[in-house]
Ligand binder design. Structure first.
Ligand code: GLU
Length: 486
């Protein structure tokens, strides 16, 4: 292990981060925290054409929401900045120039049209060798001629044409590539911006990154990077390529599987702790059976030998289940805090503002069934409404006559007007009342539930009545009596 663990999350702001991107961030963060090292965020904004406005903030806000804090990077600074690659161009130019001087890179003047032709020719011959290296072999006079006419150019790396490049990957073990199959890739583009390959190697070196932990899709770039480290005379960091994430149908994870941008999970009512716990299992496991675990357990146990090679499966239903587990585990005050913005947004304006102390009595009732914070407005509305809207016909339970329902309501109302609103007392007395009326509890309580809440499912009926309070409950039973016509 290197002296100090320094790892980085290096997103390209070409869109909002989805679960796969943030899984990479989380694994790097856990690795850093486990080893007492540093976690760096670096924005790889060198592909100017693909930049998406707002993406950087989306990425950073997503990390902050998940409590994945970084020691160096945008918003926090650090000794190795700038942490935006677009602000580091001179560093890349210097490296490219050095490689040219050494003979490990060269200027390429091929036009787009020529490259298209080369590719078409290769396709006709059914070979795919990439760039044909014409400019690698230009004479000095030919180079001068291009320069004199001001021809635009890119800088390409001169890949060794023989031999193999080997990687001892921390997750995938030995991987090797034939050098002749890797083309002379571009280091600097004609707009003066570096490609990912040059920028990533320069920065991982200058920022003293000890371990590169990134998604498996980058594995094919590793031989290029290792050759660049060699040519630049730098010791490469250790590499670990994290397993792919697939949808339940084993296709590459996409929006269709519900893998939207990370902040959408916040809008969809997921708790950051639940999402983090869900994500850690996408490729890592504690012991092959524990699923729900506190953050400290993840930090204490996060080692790469427990990161698997097989693809991880993203299962949104499991995330929903896990969210419910975390919701049930919350104390009432924190859950009320978490719910408040959802209630303020989802409840009809006339039900606002919320009375905090009343809310604190409602929350324990819905906590058990809540799987997403977004379900709360619907579950809570009838606690706040003057009179819930519903069809009075619902008061008559299956197998019951309207007369029986009316009588049940009348008797219940009479009793409730002078009853003590205590769950156990209510339940006991109402059971006897039901018996007196010759009604099964399902029917009697079914009628009462509709009358008190305006729905056919609610938290336990008598707890609900106690929270609603005598005044609301009796008024609603009165409404039911008036509106149920025989
Ligand atoms: N900028 C790359 C990305 O967007 C980073 C790849 C790497 O970590 O080397 O994922």
């Amino acid at each position: 292990m290197a002296d100090e663990v320094r790892v980085r999350y290096a997103p390209s702001p070409t869109g909002l981060p989805h679960i796969g991107n943030i899984r990479t961030a989380l694994f790097n963060w856990l690795f850093a925290r486990h080893h007492g090292g540093k976690f760096i965020v670096r924005i790889e904004d060198t592909d100017q054409e693909r930049l998406v406005p707002g993406a950087v903030d989306g990425i950073l806000d997503g990390l902050e929401w998940l409590d994945i804090d970084w020691d160096e990077g945008p918003r926090v600074g650090g000794d190795f900045g700038s942490y935006f690659q677009s602000e580091r161009l001179p560093l890349y130019h210097a490296e490219a120039e050095r490689l040219i001087q050494q003979g490990d890179a060269y200027r390429c003047y091929c036009t787009r049209e020529r490259l298209v032709e080369v590719r078409a020719e290769q396709e006709r011959n059914k070979v795919s060798l990439g760039y044909d290296r014409r400019c690698r072999h230009l004479t000095q006079a030919e180079r001068n001629a291009f320069e004199d006419e001001g021809a635009p150019s890119v800088v390409r790396f001169a890949m060794p044409e023989t031999g193999v490049t080997k990687l001892k990957d921390l997750i995938r073990d030995e991987v090797e590539w034939q050098n002749e199959l890797v083309d002379d890739f571009i280091l600097l583009k004609s707009d003066g911006f570096p490609t990912y390959h040059l920028a990533v190697v320069t920065d991982d070196h200058l920022m003293q990154v000890s371990h590169v932990l990134r998604a498996e899709e980058w594995l094919s770039s590793a031989p290029r990077h290792l050759q660049l480290y060699r040519a630049l005379g730098y010791t490469p960091p250790e590499h670990g390529h994290l397993p792919m994430i697939l949808g339940p149908d084993r296709a590459k994870l996409s929006k269709r599987h519900g893998a939207t941008s990370i902040l959408e999970y916040r809008e969809d009512g997921f708790l950051p702790d639940a999402l983090r716990n869900f994500m850690v299992l996408l490729g890592w496991s504690l012991d092959d059976k524990t699923e729900v675990m506190p953050l400290e357990t993840m930090v204490d146990n996060f080692t790469l030998d427990r990161v698997g090679k097989p693809a991880a499966i993203f299962d949104r239903e499991k995330l929903t289940w896990m969210n419910g587990v975390y919701i049930r585990d919350m104390d009432v005050e924190s859950l009320a805090d978490a719910l408040t913005p959802f209630l303020e947004q989802g409840l009809a304006p006339e039900l606002l503002p919320l009375d905090r102390s009343y809310l604190l009595t409602i929350v324990p009732l819905i906590q058990e069934r809540l799987k997403s914070l977004t379900e709360a407005p619907d579950m809570i509305a009838y606690f706040l409404e003057e009179q819930p809207e519903y069809d009075p016909a619902n008061l008559v339970q299956r197998g019951m006559t309207t007369e029986e329902a009316l009588q049940a309501l009348e008797k219940a109302l009479h009793y409730l007007k002078s009853a003590e609103f205590d769950t156990e007392r209510l339940e006991e007395d109402m059971r006897s009342l039901g018996e007196e009326l010759g009604l099964t509890p399902r029917r009697f309580f079914g009628t009462l539930r509709w009358a008190a809440t305006g729905r056919n499912v609610s938290p336990p009926l008598f707890d609900t009545m106690v929270v609603l309070g005598k005044e609301r409950v009796t008024a609603r039973l009165g409404w039911a009596l008036e509106n149920l016509t025989s």
